[in-house]
Design a protein around this ligand. Structure first.
Ligand code: ARG
Length: 483
């Protein structure tokens, strides 16, 4: 196929070559093409053009026969791309040019009508939104799988004690179930955030043309309906200038990757010799070229490390947009490489994280033993006195006094003598010793969302229902694409 810069009557010449005497420099062609990023949108571009042809026919702008030729011609291109009988011409300016040129090669004159009442400016916005719909669905599915795995770990570990930290200092005991469900809830917000963004992006821009709509009698609503959109955008200038959907989803992706990164940070130190809370599967660990004993949590580190790349892509998108006058500016072509990189990084991180935690083994005894040191039950001693009528601030002071004695004696709070408790406050009775075991400290925390196994069970049920409700059934109008 010929290079799009060449002035020729070939279908594959640049779509705009007619006004030019000279073709662009070869380096200019290489610099301006977006085909490498566009390639993955080939199927949605074709889908969009098929709907466009149907709309043009309904409006009497092309004949029934031309419409059929276009729709079938596009279908054959789609099939050939799928079966790898046809490959995208990497010297094309963009996917729109490639599809239109290939169509005209195949069906002749009717192919030259497909771009009636359309510009690449509204076409690219359409392709991006259609492809985004698919991307959100796919990523959403991966997030649900992750939540499902975390819920399973939680179900098996409702009684597995683990120290809870603030400032990385021992705070109060919780359970492994409670901890991994905290991760799961953050991922559930990621899911709904993406879904919300998808809903806002669910308006078709096609028919806005270059910037000012069209004088031809297009039926935008009909075309939008064919493509499964909820409606059409309201302003043609805005339609071709808007990249909010990418900015919004890139922000959502950044938050999601941040959640993964924080969990990975925990996995990394939980896997240290000092903590030893978790053993990562050998499938999801690496070794050292020099130190034979090593088993490193590289996958958790890489997910954490890739977070910078995702933030970087988001910032690139915001920076690209910040000074652009209405309507379309070519700067906007840069959106795809940033967005796709962020998306690809995040979806692979979600998948890897899911497998890493699914295959990990949790050292329950070590976690439970971690609850013995660090005076995790000091608040429970204060709460005991509160239940006996002492003001909390006073109770806090009494408990702090006991902590001080225990530090001096280098023992646990439950190892102090009952006489020391009584000296601290006459309100203490012998039952204090039963009420400050780590198990009791967890069991008693029955506030909504607390770590008590009974409350954790409610979280498990709620998250399981969330996964079930959102796992999509049926066919998507876009169909099944290769990521
Ligand atoms: N490749 C372009 C992009 O990705 C498509 C739109 C081109 N429009 C134009 N007026 N040159 O943004």
């Amino acid at each position: 196929m010929s290079n799009h810069g060449t002035i020729t009557n070939d279908n594959h010449a640049a779509l705009w070559h007619g006004r030019f005497k000279e073709g662009p420099d070869a380096d200019a062609v290489k610099f301006e093409t977006s085909i490498n990023d566009d390639m993955r949108m080939a199927f949605v571009d074709i889908l969009g053009s098929q709907a466009h042809a149907k709309m043009l026919c309904k409006q009497g702008l092309i004949s029934e026969e031309e419409k059929n030729q276009i729709v079938d011609g596009l279908e054959s291109i789609k099939e050939d791309l799928k079966n790898e009988k046809l490959s995208v011409d990497l010297s094309a300016e963009d996917i729109h040019s490639f599809v239109e040129a290939t169509l005209t090669d195949r069906i002749g004159e009717a192919g030259k009508k497909v771009h009636t009442g359309r510009s690449r400016n509204d076409q690219i916005a359409l392709d991006e939104k259609l492809y985004l719909r698919y991307q959100i669905k796919k990523l959403g599915g991966e997030i649900l799988k992750l939540i499902d795995v975390l819920v399973k770990i939680a179900s098996e570990n409702k009684d597995t004690l683990i120290p809870g930290f603030t400032h990385m200092q021992h705070a109060q005991p919780v359970t492994l179930a409670h901890h991994v469900l905290a991760w799961a809830w953050s991922f559930s917000r990621d899911f709904t955030r993406l879904r919300d963004a998808g809903e806002r992006a669910d308006l078709s821009p096609i028919g806005s043309c270059a910037l000012a709509g069209s004088g031809l009698p297009l039926d935008r609503a009909y075309e939008a309906e064919l493509l499964g959109f909820g409606g059409v955008t309201d302003n043609s200038l805005d339609s071709v200038s808007d990249r909010d959907y990418y900015l919004e989803v890139a922000s959502d992706l950044s938050i999601l990757q941040m959640h993964l990164s924080r969990a990975c940070e925990e996995i990394v130190y939980w896997a240290t010799t000092e903590f030893n809370f978790v053993d990562l599967s050998e499938k999801w660990s690496t070794g050292s070229s020099i130190m034979p004993q090593k088993k490193n949590p590289d996958f958790a580190e890489l997910i954490r490390g890739k977070t910078g790349r995702v933030y970087g892509d988001m910032v690139a998108l915001f920076t690209m947009m910040k000074g652009l006058p209405l309507a379309y500016d070519r700067d906007m072509q840069e959106d795809k490489s940033s967005f796709f990189e962020a998306y690809d990084t995040v979806i692979s991180s979600v998948r890897i994280f899911t497998e890493m935690v699914r295959t990990a083994s949790w050292n329950k005894a070590v976690m439970a033993a971690g609850c013995d040191g660090g005076y995790l039950n000091a608040t429970d001693i204060a709460d005991y006195l509160v239940r006996k009528g002492l003001p909390f601030r006073t109770a806090h002071g009494v408990s702090a006094g006991l902590v001080r004695i225990a530090i001096e004696k280098d023992c646990r709070l439950e190892e102090l003598d009952f006489s020391e408790y009584q000296a601290a406050s006459p309100l203490f009775e012998k039952d204090i010793f039963d009420l400050i075991t780590p198990e009791k400290c967890v069991e008693i925390r029955k506030t909504i969302g607390g770590p008590a196994p009974s409350e954790v069970q409610k979280q498990i049920e709620k998250l399981s229902a969330f996964v079930k409700e959102n796992t999509s059934k049926g066919n998507d109008p876009i169909g099944d694409f290769i990521n």
